[in-house]
Write a protein that binds this ligand. Structure first.
Ligand SMILES: NC(=O)c1ccc[n+]([C@@H]2O[C@H](COP(=O)([O-])OP(=O)(O)OC[C@H]3O[C@@H](n4cnc5c(N)ncnc54)[C@H](OP(=O)(O)O)[C@@H]3O)[C@@H](O)[C@H]2O)c1
Length: 274
């Protein structure tokens, strides 16, 4: 697909992967709808993209992806402005990472499900009739290694990304006859604002090894590649596929190493008290 002039919605475009993805589409000369809550960040990104001088256009829509009325407004305004939707990148999302009993039922648990799961489903649901009418479209859903592997303190985040995995797989099989592609991307650790919003209070020894860390630009560039060459699943970096393979075929070993190397040391203080 030639991306120049294509209408692309990027949710969560105000920082990190979404911002980098929008810039990448900008370099391709697309018409990009930038959606998120922090409108000041979207506006300054829009100015950067508009000044690329290659015909790239932007349209800023302030939207809270946990609210159906905002999602409906995002799609309606996009159609009013550009008349079609060629690509939807469902990227907005966040994680609140702690032991389940410490997570707030509303602010941490419900809010994550509302954005990471319901946001993806409802945005896709609003865009789909447009793509079906066009008999063409590309939907790219931002999953995570947490959509394949559940790790301690990631209970709700993993649940939300597993939901994105299942939703996308079923959807892919529903919409292909209309010429619509559904791709899923599973990044490992990416250097973004993600950790700043994760509410991690404990000092932890567990983190992604430096050589496995991705930049937001690497993921943004992969997203654009998925428009040209859709893929059922793309794990980046590829080395995480080994972990995913082990989790699927020798889950007992992964349980044992996770519990002994992560859960018990991280919970040591609490275990000693109790
Ligand atoms: N960083 C990683 O290691 C990593 C790895 C795998 C997958 N991911 C996934 O990548 C996606 C982007 O995360 P990131 O790493 O780029 O983090 P980030 O820099 O914190 O970006 C998150 C984006 O989501 C938006 N967002 C959050 N809640 C929203 C809401 N209620 N309504 C609208 N937009 C909302 C934020 O915008 P506003 O705050 O302005 O609304 C922001 O633009 C997420 O789906 C995340 O799960 C991240």
């Amino acid at each position: 697909m030639d991306i120049k002039g294509k209408v692309v919605i990027v949710t969560g475009a105000s920082s990190g992967i979404g911002e980098a993805t929008a810039r990448e589409f900008g370099r391709e000369g697309a018409k990009i709808v930038l959606a998120a809550r922090r409108v000041d960040k979207l506006q300054s990104l829009a100015m950067d993209i508009n000044s690329m001088g290659n015909g790239a256009e932007t349209f800023v829509v302030q939207a809270d992806l946990s609210k159906l009325e905002d999602i409906q407004m995002l799609v309606a305004q996009t159609l009013e402005k550009f008349g079609r939707i060629d690509v939807l990148v469902n990227n907005a999302g966040f994680g609140r990472l702690d032991w389940l009993e410490n997570l707030d039922p509303i602010k941490d648990i419900q809010a994550q499900i509302d954005v990471n799961v319901m946001g993806v489903i409802q945005t896709t649901r609003q865009v789909l009739p447009v793509m079906i009418k066009q008999r063409a479209g590309s939907i790219i859903n931002m999953c995570s290694m947490a959509g394949l592997i559940g790790t301690p303190t990631y209970t709700i985040y993993a649940a939300s990304k597993h939901a994105v995995h299942g939703f996308s797989e079923a959807l892919r099989r529903e919409v292909k006859p209309w010429g619509i592609d559904v791709s899923l991307i599973y990044p490992g650790g990416v250097v973004t604002e993600f950790n700043q919003h994760a509410g991690i209070k404990r000092k932890t020894n567990a983190s992604t090894p430096k050589f496995m860390l991705l930049t937001a630009e690497q993921v943004g560039s992969a997203v654009v590649k998925l428009v040209r060459r859709p893929r059922r699943m793309w794990i980046i970096p590829w080395l995480w596929s080994v972990t995913a393979f082990m989790n699927k075929f020798i889950p007992g070993f992964v349980d044992y190493t996770t519990i002994t190397r992560f859960t018990i040391p991280e919970r040591e203080d609490e275990l000693n008290v109790k």
